[in-house]
Write a protein that binds this ligand. Structure first.
Ligand code: SF4
Length: 755
């Protein structure tokens, strides 16, 4: 069976003790977020003072989930750890690489052909190391996790931004980079900055057209895309308890759009119903036994302002359906104001495509509510004006809604059912259009709507709404239509109006599926071989990085002195490079190509000291490497900001860069560099950045006595024969210095596993 009851029992066994200790340590009542975080502090950090005064804390998550695009490098790295099995239950989900073009069956088969080597690798590596493998077509990571693995009071990390979806079932679920997933699978603790707490008090009850999606669309309007940064959003109140577990999942999922670390709801009857409905009644029984700990303390919810950094009140009785967009998910329009906004802003009123489903909104409830609108189109003799697609979130949901006749209802109104995969949501959409230069409008029930996200076309104005609103708009084909108040003209020339949508929270006949698409790993994977074609352009097994040579670094050349912003995207660009994310050598050809060279203010053009010529950064670095010459990268403030991308740390390491010297680091990138055994140092005096000249040769001294808090020295040998030196800082602790010496954290784990 997919979920791991023993693991959940262990989590619950320690839960009460930890929560009581937290109350004692803090002398106050606790939010749900605090309880779960405290219950998951890693052993080493359990004695740390608890509370928001603490900065970075080590946690021990219960699970890891990975989608197929990000899993590749995470698992290639994990293989380096030398473990026979993953340290915590983990799963891989094949969902991101399936392009939507014709329809579910054809598209799925095409994806299996095109991505065969990636799927073979992921299936075999999962089989070997005890990882659950969800095949292409099984569904989208977050929906599959909600149906199978999420549990109240748990903690999970996932290599995808919408991992917080599992918060709908009361789990702290956080999106991370592949390096973090690798660490947790390898048995290392996972570090998180202790979050701020935002409380959302939901009063009243949804009715009519308003849905859970409208809660998060409204919250996004209030908090904006940045308002949740560094915070966990905790929902509570009678309104929260009235929402279905899948509706809560939708709200938590889209918490990523306000930048929140994650979002969460407490355990309640709706959660228990969903657990039982998805054949996990044992978990509901276990949760019932500690139910008081799986929600915030009563005193907290009675006086939220005392316990949360920020409190938002939303009355569900008054909540209007919303449409958010275009180009950003926080531009929130109540439906009554939307038509005017469309006209005032000159957005294209003709709606070309309506798309429902995705990991955000494809529950049984979503599908039945939308189908109730679709059925009205047929019953009321309305022709659907826009294209309409349905992306089921999982095979479980797809099979069940097909059995119950809802897919047929959509097909009757002209809808096309796509594969159970990300498809159009992530731009895997071969959209048919006669003129891509035309400004056009689409509306989806997905979560993100930044320019080009769905179809790569900057002229597409994408709006986000609930699936039932999307369905109504698709039928009308007009963005100025308000399904709550307006009429449409049907085939007979009559004016007809939609009735309110009606949905069913859980299938009356229960969920059903013939083949969920799950492959359990081998009990003993020692004889399983991981399949990687040595000639593959997309996958490459990793070699362990070399250990430090035990001496100071001397004679380094300057690869680049980067000026201004240098994010992980400048260091390792995305876009077309993503297809190489499982092949370190190939993707390294994008290393630092976005960084601006201080000396010529040009991207991807640096001086090769061996030839005197200017050339691309990766090629120049490869030349130094071929000649056995180490290099240094110099950077400005907040070097490595942006999404955590392990490639940004691995590529310089792979190509032979020995040190990164900057005015300041973005913390996550700095940690990623340390994990790869790279030397990351900062100017003690940022003015020393100006001393770096293009033709300098560098020594870094003090490494033989490398110690926490002890400065190192950089010596510059200028071309004119003069030298100067200055101190540099580092933040390596004793453990991280061992990583540096061993050539990377995984080298240490491998050694430990071997001994
Ligand atoms: S459906 Fe969209 S948001 Fe969900 S996991 Fe896939 S790409 Fe991400």
């Amino acid at each position: 069976m997919a979920f791991d009851l023993d693991m959940i029992k262990k989590v619950y066994d320690r839960y009460s003790t930890r929560v009581d200790a937290a109350r004692k340590a803090t002398g106050k009542h606790l939010t749900l977020t605090e309880k779960i975080l405290y219950a998951h502090l890693s052993e080493g950090d359990a004695d740390k003072a608890f509370g928001r005064g603490v900065d970075y804390v080590d946690f021990a998550p219960d699970r890891v989930a990975m989608q197929d695009a990000t899993a590749q490098m995470a698992l290639l790295q994990f293989m380096q750890a030398g473990r026979p099995q993953v340290a915590v239950p983990s799963t891989v989900h094949c969902d991101h690489l399936i392009q939507a073009k014709i329809g579910a069956d054809v598209d799925l088969q095409t994806a299996k052909d095109v991505n065969l080597e990636v799927y073979d690798f992921l299936a075999s590596v999962s089989d070997k190391y005890g990882i659950g493998f969800w095949k292409p077509g099984a569904g989208i990571i977050h929906q599959v996790v909600l149906e199978n693995y999420a549990f109240p009071g748990g903690m999970m990390i996932g290599t995808d931004s919408h991992t917080p979806n599992a918060g709908g079932l009361g789990m702290i679920a956080i999106g991370v980079g592949g390096a973090d997933a690798c660490d947790v699978m390898a048995g290392l603790p996972w570090e998180l900055k202790f979050p701020k707490l935002i409380g959302v008090n939901l009063t009243g009850k949804l009715s009519g057209w308003a849905s859970a999606k409208d809660v998060i669309l409204k919250v996004a309007g209030i908090l904006t895309v940045k308002g949740g940064t560094g915070a966990i959003v905790e929902y509570f109140g009678e309104g929260a308890r009235s929402l279905s577990a899948t509706g809560k999942g939708t709200i938590c999922n889209m918490g990523a759009e306000i930048g929140a670390t994650t979002s969460i709801f407490g355990y309640d009857e709706k959660a228990a119903t969903y657990l039982k409905g998805t054949k996990r009644g044992e978990i509901a029984d276990l949760a019932d036994a500690i139910a008081e700990h799986l929600t915030g303390d009563e005193e907290v919810y009675a006086n939220p302002a005392q316990y949360f950094d920020e409190v938002i009140e939303i009355n569900l009785d008054e909540l209007e359906p919303h449409v958010n967009g275009p180009f950003t998910p926080d531009l929130a329009w109540p439906i009554s104001k939307f038509a005017a906004a469309v006209k005032e802003n000159g957005w294209p009123t003709k709606l070309e495509v309506g798309l429902i489903g995705s990991c955000t909104n494809s529950s049984y409830e979503d599908i039945t509510r939308s189908a109730s609108i679709a059925k009205q189109a047929t019953d009321k003799h309305l022709k659907t004006k826009a294209e309409f697609t349905i992306t089921p979130g999982s095979e479980l949901v797809r099979y069940t809604v097909e059995r119950d006749g809802y897919l047929g209802t959509f097909e009757e109104m002209g809808g096309v059912v796509l594969a159970n995969a990300c498809g159009p949501c992530i731009g895997q959409w071969a959209r048919h259009t006669d003129d891509p230069t035309r400004k056009n409008s689409i509306i989806t029930s997905f979560n993100r709507n930044f320019a080009k996200r769905q179809d790569g076309n900057p002229n597409t104005h994408a709006f986000v709404a609930s699936p039932e609103i999307v369905t109504a708009f698709a039928i009308a084909g007009d963005l100025t239509f308000n399904p709550l108040t307006d009429t449409l003209t049907n085939d007979k020339g009559e004016q007809v109006k939609f009735d309110e949508p009606e949905g069913i929270e859980m299938p009356l006949k229960g969920y059903a599926v013939q083949d969920a698409g799950y492959q359990a790993p081998a009990e003993d994977g020692s004889a399983v071989s991981v399949i990687v074609d040595p000639k593959s352009a997309r996958l490459q097994l990793l070699e362990p990085f070399k250990a430090w040579e035990g001496t100071d670094l001397t004679g380094l050349k300057l690869l680049i002195k980067a000026k201004g912003k240098c994010t992980t995207d400048h260091i390792s660009m995305a876009g077309p490079w993503l297809k190489f994310r499982g092949h370190l050598d190939n993707i390294s050809n994008n290393m630092l190509i976005g960084a601006i060279n201080y000396f010529n203010l040009t991207a991807d053009s640096v001086k090769n000291e061996l030839t005197g010529e200017y050339g691309p950064v990766p090629a120049t670095q490869r030349d130094y490497k071929a000649n056995g010459i180490g290099t240094i990268v110099v950077g400005d403030e907040n070097y490595g900001e942006g999404s955590s991308r392990e490639h940004a740390a691995m590529e310089p390491r792979h190509l032979g860069v020995r040190a990164i010297l900057v005015k300041s680091f973005a913390r996550i990138h700095e940690t990623n560099l340390k994990k790869q055994g790279m030397l990351g140092i900062t100017f003690a005096d940022t003015a020393d950045y100006d001393k770096i000249q293009e033709d300098d040769t560098f020594d870094i001294t003090g490494l033989t006595t490398f110690a926490p808090g002890k400065q190192l020295t950089v010596v510059l040998h200028h071309k004119d024969g003069s030298t100067e030196s200055f101190p540099v800082n580092h933040t390596y602790n004793a453990q991280q210095i061992e990583w540096f010496k061993a050539g990377g954290a995984l080298n240490i784990i491998r050694k430990q596993m071997a001994s």
